[in-house]
Write a protein that binds this ligand. Structure first.
Ligand code: HEM
Length: 485
């Protein structure tokens, strides 16, 4: 086995941390009593363990994350012990973990007033300081308005035919004649192409996906720039991408300025350039947000696509019902006729299947916020400056909200779902800006695969790993055969 320098460094770092921690262990109680006393003079902290000094319960969190057992091994045992609001310390930060619809609403809907989103420094450096993920308040509102508007159902109407062509072309060139393919890799390549070709109108060239994946590899890495570290490699790749995108932005700007009489604002890219020309946003903001969207769409959409197929393989009745829905839609289309947004709206059962898949296997299980004021909740105080972790698990797996929560039942979405209980796309002002695009991409992909291919999983019991986003450990290979043959 070849050990990456980054991996070795991480281990050296962990060993040092462990030694220091055990030395400090004896001071632990004193230290925590001191901090608690200081805070408790005025505030009542939620129950919970702060773990070892400095590293806190990071090791337990990472271990659970790596094996995709954050709920089973980290969140749930603590809920059982301490209740729905609890304190811990993760990655050096005192953190409050909150669970439940009421807590989700409080944290997610009070972005900017009580909390702000809190991304690791590596993510912000690699996505760029100017992307909406890193922006707050008014600047966030303006940038999000442009992005979310283009990614709304109405904004996406015009890209559905292009999306169909992209999926058909991909299957034609990458699947035809093959007996086995990696579904997860396919979903990633396709998601990447959809963002570039459908949202930006930029043709994907050979090697582009690999460079982007180098950036994505570093998004959650330790932000240390040792030669060959994941982060250093990611920064180098980011520079390459920046150069490429800046050239594209300047070309597009020139083209649109020359065509000032009839600007073409149908793609998200042209919308961004239009705002750039008006002076409402900067070139850096255009580039950083283009990088962000690739990152935000990539592992999330691909994982949702792959897990939907896994759920269909495990639930043949659901698979039959879903197939019938697509056969009916196909039967109403002429030869070569594209799907429309209305066709996508007709894929009701399929969307329930995808939603149920994301309830059980959310591509993002939750995220961190930072309290910008003391927050009183549930008889406790979340102190200003502390991190807050909200999770989908606290509600997705709660039997009082979703009956028999661990069973796969798409029809549970026949009935409306209580607000802030189903959160694969988050909520509040930071609700996923691309959720409609994700929905359309997944459903269109399902449509063409289900109506053109017979398929089966190569490893029905394939495990899921996390790093830190979940992915099928073996890339979810599937056997395929064209229905035509
Ligand atoms: C199944 C696929 C997807 C899932 C599960 C997902 C999930 C999420 C979640 C949970 C958040 C909120 C994070 C937080 O509250 O801290 C988020 C934010 C975001 N997502 Fe998605 N996402 C998906 C696909 C996409 C796609 C396709 C795009 C665009 C191309 C996108 C763009 C964004 C953006 C820009 C944000 C940041 C919004 C802001 O800060 O205002 N996502 N996503």
């Amino acid at each position: 086995m070849v050990l990456e320098p980054n991996f070795v460094l991480s281990w050296v770092f962990l060993c040092i941390a462990a030694t220091v921690s055990s030395t400090l262990f004896f001071f632990r109680k004193k230290h925590h009593r001191f901090i608690s006393k200081k805070i408790q003079k005025t505030k009542k902290l939620p129950p919970g363990e702060m773990g070892l000094p400095w590293i806190g319960e990071t090791m337990e969190f990472y271990k659970a994350q790596k094996s995709n057992r954050v709920f089973e091994d980290f969140v749930n045992p603590r809920i059982i012990k301490h209740g729905n609001i609890l304190k811990t310390k993760i990655m050096g930060s005192p953190t409050i973990v909150v669970n439940g619809a009421e807590a989700n609403r409080l944290i997610l809907s009070n972005e900017f007033s009580l909390v702000v989103s809190s991304w690791p420094s590596s993510s912000v450096q690699l996505m760029g300081m100017n992307c909406i993920m890193a922006k707050q308040g008014e600047k966030h509102r303006v940038l999000r308005g442009i992005v979310a508007n283009s990614l709304s159902y109405n904004g996406l109407e015009s890209i559905v035919p292009k999306l169909c062509d992209t999926v058909k072309f991909y299957l034609e060139t990458e699947w035809r004649g093959k007996k086995e393919i990696s579904l997860y890799r396919s979903a990633k390549a396709l998601t990447f192409t959809v963002v570039f070709e459908c949202l930006y109108g930029i043709k994907v060239e050979l090697g582009m996906l690999e460079i982007f994946e180098k950036v994505l590899d570093g998004v959650f890495a330790m932000p240390v720039e040792f030669p060959y570290s994941k982060f250093a490699r990611a920064k180098k790749a980011r520079l390459e991408i920046e150069t490429f995108l800046v050239a594209k932005v300047r070309d597009k700007r020139r083209e649109m300025e020359e065509e000032a009489e009839k600007p073409n604002t149908t793609t998200l890219f042209s919308r961004l350039i239009e705002e750039l020309i008006k002076g409402l946003i900067t070139e850096e903001e255009v580039v950083d947000n283009m990088v962000l969207l690739v990152f935000a769409a990539h592992d999330t959409t691909s994982y949702a696509m792959a897990m939907t197929f896994k759920m269909l393989a495990q639930h043949p009745t659901c698979r039959d019902t879903l197939l019938q829905e697509h056969v009916r839609i196909k039967a109403n289309k002429g030869e070569g006729e594209h799907l429309t947004v209305d066709d996508v709206k007709r894929m009701k059962y399929s969307w329930q299947v995808v939603r149920e898949t994301m309830r059980l296997s959310p591509p993002i299980f939750g995220s961190f916020r930072k309290a910008v004021a003391d927050i009183d909740y549930g008889g406790f105080t979340i102190p200003k400056g502390w991190k807050i972790l909200w999770t989908t698990y606290g509600t997705h797996y709660n039997p009082e909200i979703f009956q028999d929560p661990m069973s796969f039942d798409p029809t549970r979405f026949d009935k409306p779902i209580q607000a802030y209980t189903y959160l694969p796309f988050g909520g509040g002002p930071r609700l996923c800006a691309g959720h409609q695009l994700a929905k359309i991409s997944i459903l269109v992909f399902l449509h063409f695969v289900m109506t053109n291919y017979d398929w089966s999983l190569v490893y029905p019991d394939e495990t899921i790993s996390m790093d830190p986003l979940p992915f099928p450990t073996l890339g979810m290979p599937i056997k395929i055969s064209s229905k035509e043959s």
